[in-house]
Ligand binder design. Structure first.
Ligand code: 5AD
Ligand code: SF4
Ligand code: FES
Length: 364
């Protein structure tokens, strides 16, 4: 006999549509293996076994914003800041190409040091070497997004983080949800492959609000959705005062395990609802579980973003503690992730991995 969960999963796998209530039912599951299995099948059916690698260059950890949960926030005085000059960014991108990467992701805090002129130069230089280029540099004006697009940038990532007005106001002071949504609209309008996503497990965030986030991502609709479990950062106010609290310390592991599992469920639901989009197995997943990215790849994900930044900067790009690969080199990460992907019978794609919209678009 079918349980209501089986019915929901069958409906999702066939129609790629669920109501908020049905999504919530899935997110509430304690045993969610049927959910991740269904997502893995849908991933296989629509996208096959290829995993796309995106080389991540974290070129500046300065940020003008002050998101309460993030280690790069401007009021974090403990963090040692760095900037990589344009010529060196271009060099790093060329090196990444030599490791076989087909996409470069340029990522930074919101750092005004990089003027439109500087960024346009970086983008057009990197684009000369036939790589797909993704930007993840925060909120910009329509004109700025347009200049980057005209210079050749292919994709833009801007996580919505949460669509819950109250949470947004609490965690992203000085920013506005409506402006963030407008940025995503502009990005979409300019013809970028549009990436967004959420952070999962912020204190106060409910599963119902996450269900709404999922429907928002589908409504855009995004070409890529990155889901990151929230990890407490002792250098941020979210953590404030809690270091002395023993009960908090003992509950921390359990809390983070829960965030890891909820993130898996969110990825799986997204895969069911948007069967052909790109979903990365995020670095934060591997921070919480040594097999985190592999588990994510088996729960709906089809992309990994290995670090191609060099030296001390890896450690200094400290959004949260325990970040993986901080003492490794780009060559080591490329080798390591390729082996991990092969170990589960998947292959590393030799293509740039643009969002391949399914021929059968009925689900949209
Ligand atoms: N834990 C997990 N992810 C975080 N981010 C920021 N702070 C944290 C944290 N403490 C994520 C946000 C942001 C991206 C750069 O990192 O989702 O978009
Ligand atoms: Fe800056 Fe992004 Fe961190 Fe917010 S989440 S402080 S915008 S790097
Ligand atoms: Fe960096 Fe494994 S991906 S060492």
């Amino acid at each position: 006999m079918n349980t209501d969960i089986d019915l929901i999963l069958n409906k999702a796998a066939l129609e790629h549509f669920l109501t908020e209530k049905e999504i919530l039912r899935l997110l509430e599951l304690k045993d969610f293996s049927a959910l991740t299995c269904a997502a893995d099948s849908v991933r296989q059916k629509y996208l096959g076994d290829e995993v796309h690698l995106r080389a991540l260059i974290e070129f500046s950890n300065y940020c003008g914003q002050n998101c309460v949960y993030c280690g790069l926030r401007r009021d974090n005085r403990v963090l040692e800041r760095y900037r990589i000059e344009p010529d060196e960014i271009i060099e790093l991108a060329k090196k990444a190409k030599s490791y076989g990467y087909k996409t470069i992701v340029l990522q930074s805090g919101e750092d005004r040091y990089y003027s439109v002129e500087k960024l346009v130069k970086i983008i057009s230089e990197i684009k000369k070497s036939d790589m797909a280029l993704t930007l993840r540099i925060g909120e910009k004006t329509y004109e700025e997004y347009k200049a980057f697009r005209d210079a050749g940038a292919d994709r833009y990532l801007l996580r919505i983080e949460t669509t819950d007005e109250e949470l947004y106001a609490k965690y992203d002071p000085g920013m506005s949800l409506s402006n963030r949504k407008q940025c995503l609209e502009n990005i979409k309008k300019l013809g970028y492959e549009t990436g967004s996503g959420i952070i999962v497990g912020l204190p106060g965030q409910t599963l119902q609000s996450i269900a709404k986030d999922i429907l928002y991502l589908k409504s855009i609709p995004v070409d890529m959705a990155g889901i990151g479990p929230f990890i407490y950062n002792p250098d941020t106010p979210v953590y404030c005062g809690k270091t002395q609290n023993l009960e908090f310390k003992t509950r921390l592991k359990e809390f983070e395990k829960n965030n890891f599992e909820t993130s898996l469920k969110v990825m799986a639901v997204l895969r069911l609802l948007m069967p052909d989009i790109n979903i990365p197995a995020t670095t934060a997943m591997e921070t919480l579980n040594p097999q985190g990215r592999i588990i994510a790849l088996q729960s709906g994900a089809n992309v990994v973003m290995p670090n191609a930044t060099e030296g001390e900067r890896r450690k200094q790009y400290a959004i949260y503690p325990g970040k993986i690969c901080i003492s490794d080199t780009p060559a080591k990460c490329s080798f390591c992730i390729t082996n991990k992907i092969k170990s589960i019978g998947r292959t590393v794609s030799q293509h740039q991995g643009f969002h391949k919209k399914a021929i059968n678009k009925e689900y949209i």
